[in-house]
Design a protein. Structure first.
Length: 668
């Protein structure tokens, strides 16, 4: 009999907190999991979703063996086959596609189902293999691209504040972020700040759990955040509270940006944002006279037509106020900009230039030129825009679709071959939170069930089966981890694989408290913050399209019980989620004769989905909200929220526009 073991690991899911966890193993079975009490950010707590991770890993609908389609595409009918059969069929099909159509006919489509640097979207899994074949590049733009590009244009990096330093802030703006649902560990630091007298403002179209706990909630019109930022800065200038020394010493384009600010007085901004002018002025005065001010903005804020511009202007605020001087001041969007691993995907292995296909354009770019779609760490039928057209494209008989998965998602139903994937407690991985300053190690706690393989091992076996000889295709997970840590960047000094495996997590080699731009030093060509030139506010699509047949702006926020579509099949979390719901303001409900609990269809020209009405003043008039994460095939009508999300781009980085779509509602 084996004794009890405590195995250190890390949550792989698409959340800024990237928790450190401890798995208790008895006789080879995982019998307990908790947040690591020794980790400074996790502090012993997991979220309501991940608390069910062990239950989820042992679920009855777990995919345990390779499978081949036996029914029509989309039917989800499969037969079990061996790994040798699966690898042989895949090898034959891939060779034929490359020989007849070239490697670019293969689209490796991965997503944020895991953020691991070994097994997930952040790192090396599969990329070297695809380069050897000359496959098309995959542009993973679904999550944070518009905001990342906006921040890079202003600061040279998406990296900003250390979120732990919110404990030192005196004014905290939670801007377009529902902290208590999508990264609740930050709340402990906000509570520390409040205990020391900080004032917390939630700027959000929805009165979320977080907004209800804040000192003040500003229910902004979706997509107008850049205008509000300009209006607040107008008050700062009127008060003469700009930090002129910081502006002179560490910024560029100030005079042009100052003129743009002056074109946005609070009265004009009130018309754009739908907020009372008095509230804008009051918050502007707080911003003008409170140091340090910390701004937390996460990915939801930039999922509209002007998302990149919004993050550009929000990032400009601490450059005007000088908040970058102070620990507890600045903007925190993604700490990924402080992570300097050596992600060597071996682009030298490519046979020549290849095209790039865009994740959020699957409905358009999955055309006849794509002969193989290979999906891993992703569920595009459930998560990507323009759901109905994606389904149509996946029905093509000449499209060879392989899906590596843990559960029978909507996307799996369209596969020709399904390969069983390990879950986090069954493989090793290296992680870095995009909401804190720690590298994390995940040690496998148990053996994989059935015939599940890790992503890295699947590609190693496939490379061998195809007779490929490039040595780097066969690097072990530990070798890949060593390579990732070999960048030589000072932030990684003293961090080794051995140390990570022993300790479970290590803080990046940066000061604490961390004020990255206190003395300038922005990673831009000039070393200075770059204010926007010209028009800094890009209106949402919904503003330009107002007055048409679809008068309601739909936003699709994160669910409290699912993480994207992960856990969307968990029975207990499904019960808590209570099925698809649509939040409707009382005035909009009255105009349509809707009653609470009524079944309605939410629709536009792209399609529709059914949901139950929840009448609430949590949303302002003209705005409706329905949480993402429900699996379409588990909904009564077989559709999800992305049936009405258009395949359009944000202003920067081709980001997605999940919160910038117009719909109408009618009873079923």
């Amino acid at each position: 009999m084996q004794g009890e073991l405590r195995v250190l690991g890390a949550c792989p899911l698409d959340c800024p907190d990237t928790c450190s966890w401890v798995v208790t193993v008895e006789d080879g079975k995982a019998v307990g999991m908790r947040g690591n009490p020794d980790h400074p950010y996790t502090r012993g707590a997991l979220c309501v979703k991940v608390n069910r991770y062990l239950e989820h890993a042992g679920a009855a609908d777990r995919i345990l063996y390779p499978m081949r389609r036996v029914g029509p595409k989309g039917s989800g009918r499969f037969e079990r086959i061996s790994w040798d059969e699966a690898l042989e069929e895949i090898s034959v099909r891939l060779r034929a596609i490359v020989d007849e159509h070239g490697g670019e006919a293969i689209w490796p489509y991965n997503g944020t189902g895991s953020l691991g640097y070994l097994q997930g979207c952040e790192g090396v899994a599969g990329r070297r293999f695809w380069n050897v074949l000359g496959a098309s590049r995959h542009f993973l733009n679904i999550c944070s691209t518009a905001g990342n590009v906006g921040l890079v244009k202003t600061n040279g990096t998406p990296g900003g504040m250390d979120p732990e330093n919110f404990a030192l802030s005196k004014l905290i703006l939670l801007w377009g972020t529902n902290t208590l649902t999508s990264g609740h560990h930050l709340w402990k630091f906000i509570q520390d700040a409040r205990a020391a007298g900080a004032y917390v403002v939630a700027i959000d179209p929805i009165r979320t759990r977080t907004a209800e706990q804040a000192d003040e909630h500003l229910p902004i019109r979706p997509g107008t955040d850049a205008a509000l930022a300009l209006g607040l800065l107008h008050v700062v200038l009127a008060e003469g509270a700009e930090d002129r020394d910081y502006l002179d010493d560490h910024t560029d384009n100030w005079e042009a940006f100052r003129e743009e600010i002056l074109r946005h007085p609070p009265a004009r901004v009130a018309e754009i944002t739908g907020l009372p002018e008095a509230d804008i002025r009051a918050l502007g005065l707080r911003l003008a006279h409170t140091r340090p001010t910390g701004i937390r903005a996460t990915m939801g804020i930039q999922r509209h037509a002007g998302g990149g511009a919004a993050m550009r202007v929000i990032a400009a605020i601490p450059g005007v106020t000088g908040d970058w001087r102070h620990p507890g001041g600045g903007v925190a969007y993604s700490t990924s900009g402080h992570i300097h691993l050596d992600i060597d995907t071996r682009n030298d292995l490519l046979p020549g230039p290849v095209r790039t296909l865009t994740m959020t354009r699957l409905a358009t770019e999955l055309d006849d030129s794509v002969k193989c779609l290979w999906v891993y760490t992703a569920n595009p039928v459930g998560s990507s825009p323009d759901q109905n057209r994606i389904r149509e494209k996946l029905l093509r008989e000449d499209l060879f679709t392989v899906v590596m998965e843990q559960f029978p998602t909507d996307t799996v139903d369209y596969a020709d071959i399904v390969l069983p994937a390990t879950m986090q407690i069954e493989h090793m991985d290296l992680h870095a939170g995009y909401g804190h300053m720690y590298l994390m190690w995940n040690e496998p706690a148990v053996e994989p069930p059935g015939e599940c393989l890790s992503t890295t091992e699947t590609f190693r076996r496939l490379a061998g089966h195809m007779g490929l000889t490039e040595p780097s295709l066969f690097d072990s997970d530990l070798e890949l981890a060593e390579q990732l840590l070999s960048s030589g960047h000072p932030s990684l000094d003293g961090i080794t694989v051995d140390r990570l495996r022993k300790e479970g997590w290590v803080r990046l080699n940066v000061p604490q408290p961390f004020a990255p731009f206190a003395d300038g030093g922005f990673p831009t060509p000039s070393g200075r913050l770059r204010f926007p030139r010209g028009a800094a506010y890009v209106p949402p699509h919904t503003a330009a399209a107002a007055g048409g047949p679809y008068p309601l702006t739909l936003i699709t926020p994160a669910s409290h019980t699912f993480l994207n579509t992960t856990f969307g099949n968990n029975p207990e979390l499904l019960r808590r989620a209570k099925g698809p719901r649509i939040l409707v303001n009382p005035s909009d409900a009255a105009d349509r004769g809707l009653a609470a609990g009524q079944r309605v269809r939410v629709f536009n020209a792209g399609g529709g989905f059914e949901a139950e009405v929840e009448i609430s003043e949590k949303v302002r008039p003209g705005v409706v909200a329905s949480a993402k994460g429900h699996w379409p095939k588990l909904n009564p009508d077989g559709a999800g929220v992305n049936a009405v999300v258009e395949e359009r781009d944000a202003d920067l980085g081709r980001g997605a526009v999940y919160h910038d779509n117009l719909v109408e509602i009618a009873p079923v």
